[in-house]
Design a protein around this ligand. Structure first.
Ligand SMILES: Nc1ncnc2c1ncn2[C@@H]1O[C@H](COP(=O)(O)OP(=O)(O)OP(=O)(O)O)[C@@H](O)[C@H]1O
Ligand code: SF4
Ligand SMILES: [Mg+2]
Length: 333
Protein backbone atom coordinates (compact mmCIF):
# COMPACT_ATOMS: atom_id res chain seq x y z
CA UNK A 1 0.00 0.00 0.00
CA UNK A 2 1.29 3.48 -0.82
CA UNK A 3 1.79 6.19 1.76
CA UNK A 4 -0.86 8.88 1.50
CA UNK A 5 1.10 11.15 3.84
CA UNK A 6 4.72 11.23 4.93
CA UNK A 7 6.13 13.49 7.63
CA UNK A 8 9.91 13.84 7.84
CA UNK A 9 11.72 15.25 10.87
CA UNK A 10 9.08 17.93 11.39
CA UNK A 11 9.75 20.72 13.86
CA UNK A 12 7.05 23.31 14.47
CA UNK A 13 7.35 25.83 17.28
CA UNK A 14 5.14 28.58 18.69
CA UNK A 15 7.43 31.57 18.49
CA UNK A 16 6.20 34.66 20.30
CA UNK A 17 7.75 37.88 21.48
CA UNK A 18 6.37 40.10 24.24
CA UNK A 19 8.14 43.06 25.84
CA UNK A 20 11.32 42.09 24.01
CA UNK A 21 11.27 38.56 25.46
CA UNK A 22 11.21 35.79 22.88
CA UNK A 23 9.47 32.54 23.84
CA UNK A 24 9.72 29.33 21.82
CA UNK A 25 7.32 26.49 22.59
CA UNK A 26 8.62 23.32 20.95
CA UNK A 27 5.21 21.75 20.31
CA UNK A 28 6.36 19.43 17.49
CA UNK A 29 10.00 18.54 17.77
CA UNK A 30 11.38 16.12 15.22
CA UNK A 31 8.38 14.00 14.25
CA UNK A 32 8.68 11.47 11.40
CA UNK A 33 5.80 9.21 10.45
CA UNK A 34 3.94 7.86 7.46
CA UNK A 35 0.35 6.77 6.99
CA UNK A 36 -0.73 4.26 4.36
CA UNK A 37 -3.73 4.84 2.13
CA UNK A 38 -6.83 3.30 3.70
CA UNK A 39 -5.53 2.94 7.23
CA UNK A 40 -6.73 4.43 10.49
CA UNK A 41 -3.72 5.98 12.18
CA UNK A 42 -4.10 7.00 15.80
CA UNK A 43 -2.11 9.72 17.54
CA UNK A 44 -2.23 9.47 21.34
CA UNK A 45 -0.75 11.37 24.27
CA UNK A 46 -1.72 13.54 27.22
CA UNK A 47 -3.04 17.07 26.97
CA UNK A 48 -0.41 19.55 25.77
CA UNK A 49 1.90 16.99 24.11
CA UNK A 50 1.46 18.60 20.69
CA UNK A 51 -1.24 16.49 19.01
CA UNK A 52 -3.32 19.37 17.64
CA UNK A 53 -0.21 21.34 16.65
CA UNK A 54 1.09 18.35 14.67
CA UNK A 55 -2.26 17.90 13.01
CA UNK A 56 -2.49 21.57 12.01
CA UNK A 57 0.88 21.37 10.28
CA UNK A 58 0.04 18.04 8.60
CA UNK A 59 -3.08 19.73 7.29
CA UNK A 60 -1.24 22.85 6.15
CA UNK A 61 -3.53 24.87 8.43
CA UNK A 62 -0.94 26.23 10.85
CA UNK A 63 -0.73 29.96 11.39
CA UNK A 64 1.65 32.19 13.34
CA UNK A 65 2.78 31.96 16.05
CA UNK A 66 3.00 28.24 15.07
CA UNK A 67 5.95 28.17 12.69
CA UNK A 68 7.49 25.27 10.80
CA UNK A 69 11.18 25.41 11.64
CA UNK A 70 12.25 22.41 9.55
CA UNK A 71 11.05 19.17 8.03
CA UNK A 72 8.60 18.16 5.33
CA UNK A 73 5.03 16.93 4.93
CA UNK A 74 4.23 15.17 1.67
CA UNK A 75 0.82 13.96 0.40
CA UNK A 76 0.41 11.40 -2.33
CA UNK A 77 -2.95 11.20 -4.12
CA UNK A 78 -3.25 8.65 -6.91
CA UNK A 79 0.50 8.66 -7.42
CA UNK A 80 0.62 12.45 -7.51
CA UNK A 81 2.96 13.86 -4.86
CA UNK A 82 2.26 17.20 -3.21
CA UNK A 83 4.59 19.09 -0.84
CA UNK A 84 2.01 20.16 1.75
CA UNK A 85 4.11 22.88 3.37
CA UNK A 86 4.73 24.91 0.24
CA UNK A 87 1.22 25.08 -1.18
CA UNK A 88 -0.28 28.39 -2.21
CA UNK A 89 -3.65 29.27 -0.72
CA UNK A 90 -5.55 28.44 -3.95
CA UNK A 91 -4.17 24.90 -4.12
CA UNK A 92 -4.82 24.44 -0.41
CA UNK A 93 -8.41 25.56 -0.93
CA UNK A 94 -8.84 23.08 -3.81
CA UNK A 95 -7.46 20.23 -1.71
CA UNK A 96 -9.39 21.05 1.46
CA UNK A 97 -12.62 19.09 1.97
CA UNK A 98 -12.51 17.28 -1.40
CA UNK A 99 -9.16 15.53 -0.86
CA UNK A 100 -8.20 16.41 2.71
CA UNK A 101 -10.78 17.02 5.39
CA UNK A 102 -10.64 18.08 9.00
CA UNK A 103 -12.86 17.55 12.02
CA UNK A 104 -11.42 20.12 14.45
CA UNK A 105 -11.19 19.76 18.22
CA UNK A 106 -14.44 21.00 19.79
CA UNK A 107 -16.07 20.95 16.36
CA UNK A 108 -19.60 20.35 17.56
CA UNK A 109 -19.71 24.09 18.20
CA UNK A 110 -18.81 25.09 14.64
CA UNK A 111 -22.33 24.77 13.21
CA UNK A 112 -23.89 28.14 12.51
CA UNK A 113 -26.49 28.61 15.30
CA UNK A 114 -28.87 30.66 13.17
CA UNK A 115 -28.91 28.37 10.10
CA UNK A 116 -30.86 25.16 9.72
CA UNK A 117 -28.62 22.12 9.19
CA UNK A 118 -29.67 21.75 5.53
CA UNK A 119 -28.74 25.38 4.86
CA UNK A 120 -25.32 24.93 6.45
CA UNK A 121 -24.78 21.86 4.24
CA UNK A 122 -25.95 23.82 1.19
CA UNK A 123 -23.54 26.72 1.92
CA UNK A 124 -20.71 24.22 2.27
CA UNK A 125 -21.55 22.10 -0.79
CA UNK A 126 -22.25 25.13 -2.99
CA UNK A 127 -18.85 26.61 -2.09
CA UNK A 128 -17.20 23.59 -3.73
CA UNK A 129 -19.68 22.29 -6.31
CA UNK A 130 -22.10 23.97 -8.65
CA UNK A 131 -25.28 22.48 -7.19
CA UNK A 132 -28.71 24.04 -6.70
CA UNK A 133 -30.31 24.19 -3.27
CA UNK A 134 -32.63 21.25 -4.01
CA UNK A 135 -29.72 19.18 -5.33
CA UNK A 136 -27.57 19.89 -2.28
CA UNK A 137 -30.47 19.11 0.09
CA UNK A 138 -31.04 15.82 -1.76
CA UNK A 139 -27.31 15.03 -1.58
CA UNK A 140 -27.34 15.78 2.16
CA UNK A 141 -30.49 13.72 2.75
CA UNK A 142 -28.96 10.72 0.97
CA UNK A 143 -25.68 11.03 2.84
CA UNK A 144 -27.31 11.38 6.27
CA UNK A 145 -29.49 8.36 5.44
CA UNK A 146 -26.41 6.31 4.47
CA UNK A 147 -24.84 7.24 7.78
CA UNK A 148 -27.98 6.33 9.70
CA UNK A 149 -28.73 9.87 10.87
CA UNK A 150 -32.43 10.83 11.15
CA UNK A 151 -33.85 12.93 8.32
CA UNK A 152 -35.40 15.40 10.74
CA UNK A 153 -31.99 16.90 11.53
CA UNK A 154 -32.11 18.53 8.07
CA UNK A 155 -34.60 21.16 9.17
CA UNK A 156 -33.34 21.49 12.74
CA UNK A 157 -31.24 24.29 14.19
CA UNK A 158 -28.05 23.20 15.97
CA UNK A 159 -29.44 24.03 19.44
CA UNK A 160 -32.30 21.58 18.85
CA UNK A 161 -29.83 18.67 18.56
CA UNK A 162 -28.10 16.80 21.38
CA UNK A 163 -24.31 17.21 21.70
CA UNK A 164 -23.75 13.74 20.23
CA UNK A 165 -26.01 14.43 17.25
CA UNK A 166 -24.32 17.80 16.64
CA UNK A 167 -20.97 16.04 16.59
CA UNK A 168 -22.25 13.42 14.14
CA UNK A 169 -23.71 16.12 11.89
CA UNK A 170 -20.38 17.99 11.97
CA UNK A 171 -18.53 14.81 10.99
CA UNK A 172 -21.03 14.26 8.16
CA UNK A 173 -20.48 17.86 7.01
CA UNK A 174 -16.69 17.44 6.96
CA UNK A 175 -16.91 14.23 4.92
CA UNK A 176 -19.78 14.74 2.50
CA UNK A 177 -17.42 15.59 -0.38
CA UNK A 178 -15.73 12.16 -0.15
CA UNK A 179 -12.28 13.25 1.04
CA UNK A 180 -9.50 10.69 0.72
CA UNK A 181 -7.68 11.83 3.85
CA UNK A 182 -9.61 12.75 7.00
CA UNK A 183 -8.10 14.25 10.14
CA UNK A 184 -10.19 14.07 13.31
CA UNK A 185 -9.05 15.89 16.45
CA UNK A 186 -10.60 14.51 19.66
CA UNK A 187 -13.92 13.67 17.94
CA UNK A 188 -15.32 11.81 20.96
CA UNK A 189 -14.04 13.96 23.80
CA UNK A 190 -16.72 15.56 26.00
CA UNK A 191 -19.30 12.95 24.94
CA UNK A 192 -20.65 10.32 27.31
CA UNK A 193 -19.69 6.71 26.70
CA UNK A 194 -22.88 5.64 24.92
CA UNK A 195 -22.79 8.64 22.57
CA UNK A 196 -19.06 8.04 22.01
CA UNK A 197 -19.88 4.58 20.67
CA UNK A 198 -22.20 6.07 18.06
CA UNK A 199 -19.52 8.54 16.95
CA UNK A 200 -16.88 5.77 16.76
CA UNK A 201 -19.23 3.65 14.63
CA UNK A 202 -19.93 6.62 12.39
CA UNK A 203 -16.21 7.23 11.83
CA UNK A 204 -15.74 3.52 11.10
CA UNK A 205 -18.58 3.56 8.56
CA UNK A 206 -17.26 6.66 6.81
CA UNK A 207 -13.73 5.27 6.66
CA UNK A 208 -14.83 1.88 5.37
CA UNK A 209 -17.39 3.19 2.89
CA UNK A 210 -14.75 4.65 0.59
CA UNK A 211 -11.58 3.22 2.06
CA UNK A 212 -10.59 6.72 3.16
CA UNK A 213 -7.57 7.26 5.36
CA UNK A 214 -8.35 8.50 8.86
CA UNK A 215 -5.83 10.19 11.11
CA UNK A 216 -7.41 10.12 14.52
CA UNK A 217 -6.18 12.20 17.40
CA UNK A 218 -7.35 11.44 20.90
CA UNK A 219 -5.83 11.16 24.33
CA UNK A 220 -8.23 8.23 24.88
CA UNK A 221 -6.45 4.95 24.09
CA UNK A 222 -9.78 3.14 24.47
CA UNK A 223 -11.02 4.96 21.35
CA UNK A 224 -7.81 4.07 19.49
CA UNK A 225 -8.30 0.44 20.51
CA UNK A 226 -11.66 0.54 18.75
CA UNK A 227 -10.63 2.29 15.58
CA UNK A 228 -6.92 2.52 14.84
CA UNK A 229 -4.79 0.08 12.83
CA UNK A 230 -1.62 1.73 14.11
CA UNK A 231 -0.90 4.13 16.95
CA UNK A 232 1.79 6.74 17.51
CA UNK A 233 2.29 7.84 21.11
CA UNK A 234 3.39 11.45 21.40
CA UNK A 235 5.15 12.83 24.45
CA UNK A 236 6.29 16.46 24.76
CA UNK A 237 6.37 17.01 21.00
CA UNK A 238 8.07 13.73 20.06
CA UNK A 239 6.91 10.29 18.96
CA UNK A 240 8.05 7.96 21.74
CA UNK A 241 6.46 4.77 20.45
CA UNK A 242 4.69 3.61 17.31
CA UNK A 243 3.31 0.28 16.25
CA UNK A 244 0.22 -1.64 15.27
CA UNK A 245 -2.60 -1.26 17.75
CA UNK A 246 -2.36 -4.79 19.13
CA UNK A 247 1.37 -4.44 19.79
CA UNK A 248 1.00 -1.07 21.46
CA UNK A 249 -1.81 -2.30 23.71
CA UNK A 250 -0.43 -5.76 24.51
CA UNK A 251 3.28 -5.18 24.40
CA UNK A 252 4.07 -1.52 25.06
CA UNK A 253 7.81 -0.91 25.28
CA UNK A 254 8.06 2.70 26.37
CA UNK A 255 7.39 3.40 30.06
CA UNK A 256 5.11 6.30 29.10
CA UNK A 257 2.96 4.05 26.88
CA UNK A 258 2.83 1.51 29.69
CA UNK A 259 1.50 4.21 32.00
CA UNK A 260 -1.09 5.35 29.45
CA UNK A 261 -2.37 1.79 29.18
CA UNK A 262 -2.28 1.04 32.88
CA UNK A 263 -4.21 4.23 33.58
CA UNK A 264 -7.14 3.01 31.45
CA UNK A 265 -10.02 1.66 33.55
CA UNK A 266 -10.90 -1.35 31.38
CA UNK A 267 -7.43 -2.25 30.13
CA UNK A 268 -5.83 -2.55 33.50
CA UNK A 269 -8.10 -5.38 34.67
CA UNK A 270 -5.25 -7.76 35.23
CA UNK A 271 -2.96 -5.25 36.89
CA UNK A 272 -3.48 -2.45 39.32
CA UNK A 273 -4.72 0.75 37.72
CA UNK A 274 -2.08 3.46 38.01
CA UNK A 275 -2.00 7.14 37.25
CA UNK A 276 0.99 8.76 35.59
CA UNK A 277 3.12 10.55 38.19
CA UNK A 278 3.72 14.29 37.77
CA UNK A 279 2.59 16.46 34.91
CA UNK A 280 3.63 16.87 31.27
CA UNK A 281 6.45 19.44 30.95
CA UNK A 282 6.04 22.98 29.65
CA UNK A 283 7.40 22.90 26.12
CA UNK A 284 9.18 26.26 26.24
CA UNK A 285 11.70 24.61 28.55
CA UNK A 286 11.44 20.87 27.94
CA UNK A 287 13.56 18.59 30.15
CA UNK A 288 17.02 17.71 28.86
CA UNK A 289 17.81 14.20 27.62
CA UNK A 290 14.71 12.01 27.57
CA UNK A 291 11.81 14.39 28.06
CA UNK A 292 10.02 11.81 30.17
CA UNK A 293 12.88 11.42 32.65
CA UNK A 294 11.46 13.61 35.48
CA UNK A 295 8.38 11.31 35.59
CA UNK A 296 9.98 7.98 34.77
CA UNK A 297 10.51 5.48 37.62
CA UNK A 298 13.07 3.62 35.49
CA UNK A 299 15.20 6.65 34.62
CA UNK A 300 18.98 6.16 34.61
CA UNK A 301 21.74 8.77 34.69
CA UNK A 302 22.11 8.90 30.92
CA UNK A 303 18.37 9.64 30.58
CA UNK A 304 19.00 13.13 32.00
CA UNK A 305 21.45 14.07 29.27
CA UNK A 306 20.95 11.86 26.21
CA UNK A 307 17.85 12.04 24.06
CA UNK A 308 16.98 8.42 23.14
CA UNK A 309 16.58 7.67 19.43
CA UNK A 310 13.48 6.01 18.07
CA UNK A 311 14.64 2.50 17.24
CA UNK A 312 12.88 -0.35 15.48
CA UNK A 313 12.24 -3.25 17.87
CA UNK A 314 10.38 -5.51 15.48
CA UNK A 315 9.17 -4.62 11.99
CA UNK A 316 6.85 -1.64 12.35
CA UNK A 317 7.29 -1.31 16.12
CA UNK A 318 9.47 1.64 17.16
CA UNK A 319 10.18 3.12 20.57
CA UNK A 320 12.57 5.71 22.03
CA UNK A 321 13.92 4.62 25.42
CA UNK A 322 17.50 3.93 26.56
CA UNK A 323 16.35 0.72 28.27
CA UNK A 324 15.79 -0.76 24.84
CA UNK A 325 19.44 -0.36 23.90
CA UNK A 326 20.62 -1.47 27.35
CA UNK A 327 19.24 -4.97 26.81
CA UNK A 328 16.02 -4.58 28.85
CA UNK A 329 13.56 -4.43 25.97
CA UNK A 330 10.33 -4.72 27.92
CA UNK A 331 11.15 -3.35 31.34
CA UNK A 332 7.89 -2.68 33.16
CA UNK A 333 7.06 0.40 35.13
N1 LIG B 1 -1.01 29.73 20.50
C1 LIG B 1 -0.09 29.15 21.29
N2 LIG B 1 0.99 29.86 21.74
C2 LIG B 1 1.93 29.28 22.51
N3 LIG B 1 1.90 27.98 22.90
C3 LIG B 1 0.86 27.23 22.47
C4 LIG B 1 -0.21 27.77 21.65
N4 LIG B 1 -1.10 26.79 21.40
C5 LIG B 1 -0.64 25.68 22.03
N5 LIG B 1 0.53 25.96 22.66
C6 LIG B 1 1.35 25.01 23.45
O1 LIG B 1 1.82 23.99 22.57
C7 LIG B 1 1.86 22.75 23.23
C8 LIG B 1 1.09 21.74 22.42
O2 LIG B 1 -0.27 22.12 22.37
P1 LIG B 1 -1.35 21.28 21.57
O3 LIG B 1 -2.63 22.06 21.59
O4 LIG B 1 -0.81 20.90 20.26
O5 LIG B 1 -1.49 19.98 22.50
P2 LIG B 1 -2.56 18.81 22.46
O6 LIG B 1 -1.80 17.55 22.59
O7 LIG B 1 -3.45 18.96 21.29
O8 LIG B 1 -3.38 19.05 23.81
P3 LIG B 1 -4.94 18.76 24.14
O9 LIG B 1 -5.04 17.28 24.36
O10 LIG B 1 -5.17 19.54 25.40
O11 LIG B 1 -5.75 19.23 23.00
C9 LIG B 1 1.28 22.99 24.62
O12 LIG B 1 2.36 23.10 25.50
C10 LIG B 1 0.53 24.29 24.50
O13 LIG B 1 0.55 25.00 25.72
S1 SF4 C 1 14.93 6.83 28.29
FE1 SF4 C 1 15.13 6.70 30.49
S2 SF4 C 1 13.75 8.27 31.30
FE2 SF4 C 1 13.22 7.95 29.18
S3 SF4 C 1 11.58 6.46 29.26
FE3 SF4 C 1 13.46 5.30 28.99
S4 SF4 C 1 14.15 4.80 31.05
FE4 SF4 C 1 12.58 6.36 31.26
MG1 LIG D 1 -5.47 19.23 21.04
Amino acid sequence: MTNIIEVQDLKAYYITEAYGVRRTVKAVDGVSLHVKAGEVYGIAGESGCGKSSLLKVMLGAHQPPLTVVSGTVKYSFDGHEIAALSLDSNTLRDLRWKEVSYIPQGSMHVLNPVRRIQDTFHDFIAAHNNLSKSESVQMTRTYLQELGLPEKVLTAYPHQLSGGMRQRVTIALATILWPKLIFADEPTTALDVIVQRGVIQLLKDIQQREGSTLILITHDLGVHANLANRIAVLYAGKVVEEGDTRTILKNPSHPYTQYLIRSLPNMAERTERVSIPGRPPALDMPPSGCRFHPRCPLAMDRCKTEDPALIELTPGHRAACHLLTEGVPHAQI
